[in-house]
Write a protein that binds this ligand. Structure first.
Ligand code: 5GP
Length: 193
């Protein structure tokens, strides 16, 4: 039986393209008591992305106002000139609904959230089988320019060096297996089994 888990949070982090978004979607569809934490971001929406669902898309000025208002639990310039941040109001909204927020955020942001909520959070690092495989996945996704892919791949090697900061590391060599491993760990953390 799923039960109410007050004030816990789950962070899924990984280099871009390692599969964390697929794993996150699998879990969110299966468990209504998990709720996606919608981040604020200043990049342009991709095809099919919706404001308030995928991100709260905003201008750099709006984002900077929110930094000044201390509205973020963490924020990062994830890519050159592009800001991403977790809104305190978003996490509190999810907790008020009696649900557990799932944060799909970059490695540095994940480390900052862990530092703020050391007793309450489970952090999961999803690792690609290799950096070459990651490059192939980003190319076949077809949503990023070659320059963007090069930036993401370089960043990935750097991010993998931080994997030991997280509670659990899962290698995504096979998506279904990685989903099940992640699910088992989350259910244990939330006392759902
Ligand atoms: P994308 O542009 O592909 O949607 O996301 C790029 C990266 O930004 C991904 O690694 C994603 O997890 C990360 N990201 C998304 N939201 C946040 C956030 O609120 N804070 C941080 N630090 N990273 C985020």
């Amino acid at each position: 039986m799923q039960s109410h888990s007050p004030h816990k949070l789950i962070i899924i982090t990984a280099p871009s393209g390692a599969g964390k978004t697929s794993i996150t979607h699998y879990l969110l569809q299966k468990y209504p008591l998990l709720s996606f934490s919608v981040s604020a971001a200043t990049r342009n929406p991709r095809d099919g992305e919706r404001n308030g669902v995928d991100y709260y898309f905003m201008s750099a000025e709006e984002f900077q106002d929110k930094i000044r208002e201390n509205a973020f639990i963490e924020w990062e310039m994830v890519y050159e000139g592009k800001y991403y941040g977790t809104l305190r109001s978003e996490i509190e909204r999810i907790w008020e609904e009696g649900k557990t927020p799932m944060l799909d955020i970059d490695v540095k942001g994940a480390i900052h959230v862990q530092q703020q909520f050391p007793q309450q959070c489970l952090s999961i690092f999803i690792e690609p089988p290799s950096v070459d495989e990651l490059r192939r996945r980003l190319e076949s996704r077809g949503t990023d320019s070659p320059e963007n892919i090069a930036t993401r791949v370089n960043k990935a090697s750097y991010e993998i060096s931080f994997k030991h900061h997280f509670n659990v590391n899962i290698v995504n060599d096979e998506l279904q297996k990685a989903c099940l491993e992640t699910e088992t760990i989350i259910k244990q953390f939330l006392g759902w089994e």
